[in-house]
Design a protein around this ligand. Structure first.
Ligand code: ZN
Length: 231
């Protein structure tokens, strides 16, 4: 068990705050290197209650505020800097469901890029078509008449299609994220069920990440078209 660097007594971890302040002598304690983002907030990985996350982040930011340590010795100031940066890094990651899932996959030894269970063919084909659509819209914008030469680019019709596709994609993206969050918040306790859960999470996040790229792409194309129409 880790010992307090000031009073040398074993650290007792009751609440999440006990990682930061010795519950015996009250001294600030630097977080051990390798503390993961979930541990930083005392969560049982990969679960994370967003309401609690915000509360704990607020509380830690208050207690670790540099003003409290300005006159402290070098060691204590350095501990407060280490802690506050760990708290902020962890907060940034955990408050974004996709970043949180990717991080969890990483620390579980199953990162997104590894053995890439490539995106399923149906989604790939669909996204390929949308990619073409986005490219057509851009090409139409670049031609002097606002249309692709030869009249092939009905950019008005294309933007309606793009707007519909965007709506549809956005709601499916949200559904993947909701599923990923639900999966992480009820992570199986039984070791035998974990590989299956990791597989499902990876799949959801990988699909969501392809969708997100396409959502940005379509939004850009629509935005450009909108700007041209008001120019
Ligand atoms: Zn102590």
């Amino acid at each position: 068990m880790a010992k307090c660097w000031k009073c040398k007594e074993p650290m007792v971890l009751g609440s999440y705050l006990d990682r930061y302040f010795c519950s015996r002598c009250g001294s600030i304690v630097p977080l051990p290197a390798g503390t993961n983002h979930f541990e930083v907030f005392g969560f049982d990985a990969p679960a994370c209650d967003l309401e609690q996350l915000r509360e704990r982040h607020r509380e830690l930011s208050r207690r670790l505020h540099p003003d409290f340590f300005m006159t402290a010795d070098e060691q204590v100031r350095s501990a407060s800097t280490i802690n506050i940066s760990a708290v902020n890094d962890a907060y940034r990651c955990l408050s974004d469901p996709m970043a949180r899932a990717a991080y969890w996959l990483d620390i579980s030894g199953s990162p997104l890029g590894k053995d890439n269970s490539s995106v399923d063919p149906e989604l790939a084909a669909e996204l390929f078509e949308l990619q073409e659509l986005a490219m057509q819209m851009r090409a139409a914008g670049e031609s002097p008449s606002g249309r692709v030469a030869g009249g092939a680019g009905d950019s008005g019709g294309n933007s309606i299609r793009a707007a519909e596709a965007l709506d549809d994609l956005q709601s499916r993206f949200d559904a993947e994220i909701t599923a990923a969050v639900a999966l992480m918040d009820s992570w199986p306790q039984a070791a035998a069920e974990r590989p299956g859960a990791l597989y499902r999470l990876k799949k959801a996040i990988s699909r969501a990440s392809y969708m997100r790229t396409m959502i940005r792409n379509l939004k850009d194309s629509l935005e450009q078209r909108w700007q041209r129409s008001v120019a």
